[in-house]
Design a protein. Structure first.
Length: 242
């Protein structure tokens, strides 16, 4: 049985406080819990930072044999994930936010669903039985409202969460779904889900406890919710009349 390849993508922008802690934890996770016949590499994705993130990424690349600082770049987080997916050739892909908001055992479980062919796409979910979260109440409110509207306007999407910062997918999704996605904003995740369900691929939600109490979050709750709401409406109208 040939060795398969898994790429873990960590999108970064001004993550000097988290990156040096997160990457060693991920390296240790897959060292202690390897997938049989799967080689794991970790890509630090993003060269736009204004702090010491790039220097830390370079040091980590030198320290760990399976970590590299990707030269594939794009201004937005989701754009970087898409560009790396489209310009590399792995059997499986996954991403997790740099502050590791999801318990790593659960992240491993999300990936395991994909590498064992139980799912084409595995996602973290904050809104199914067994899940929980510790977040700013305003963000929880807008998140729940967004996910409710998403299922109303795009009923093909059957999941209860779309935006949690941990997902994994196989080569079928990498080659047949992600090239269809137009947006590089936070609506990327919703399009990913829509096209997976549209192609009748198997999607699994894994309940997670989500921790996100950062004071330096890059998300502007009101602005980003407004932008994503507009994108959701435009996308749903486009799908309805196309």
């Amino acid at each position: 049985m040939p060795i398969k390849k898994l790429l873990i993508i960590i999108p970064v922008y001004d993550e000097e406080k988290t990156l040096g802690i997160s990457v060693p934890k991920l390296v240790e996770l897959f060292k202690k819990n390897p997938f049989p016949k799967v080689n794991v590499q970790i890509a630090i994705a993003g060269r736009q930072s204004t702090d010491n993130t790039n220097a830390i990424a370079t040091k980590l690349e030198k320290k760990y044999a399976n970590v590299f600082f990707s030269k594939i770049d794009y201004p937005t987080k989701c754009g970087r994930i898409a560009k790396i997916n489209l310009n590399t050739d792995y059997d499986f892909y996954a991403f997790i936010d740099a502050d590791l908001p999801v318990d790593l055992k659960k992240f491993h479980e999300i990936i395991q669903a994909v590498v064992t062919d139980k799912a084409d796409l595995g996602i973290a979910s904050r809104y199914i039985p067994g899940a929980g979260q510790n977040r700013d109440p305003r963000r929880v409110f807008f998140s729940k409202a967004f996910n409710l509207l998403l299922r109303i306007l795009l009923p093909k999407i059957k999941t209860h969460d779309s935006q949690a910062g941990a997902k994994a997918w196989n080569k079928k999704v990498a080659k047949e779904v992600i090239p269809k996605i137009d947006t590089t904003s936070y609506f990327f995740d919703a399009e990913l889900l829509y096209f997976c369900f549209d192609q009748k691929l198997k999607v699994v939600e894994i309940p997670v406890h989500y921790e996100d109490m950062r004071n330096d979050s890059k998300i502007n709750v009101l602005h980003d919710s407004w932008v994503m709401g507009k994108e959701m409406l435009m996308f749903s109208l486009k799908r309805r009349f196309s």
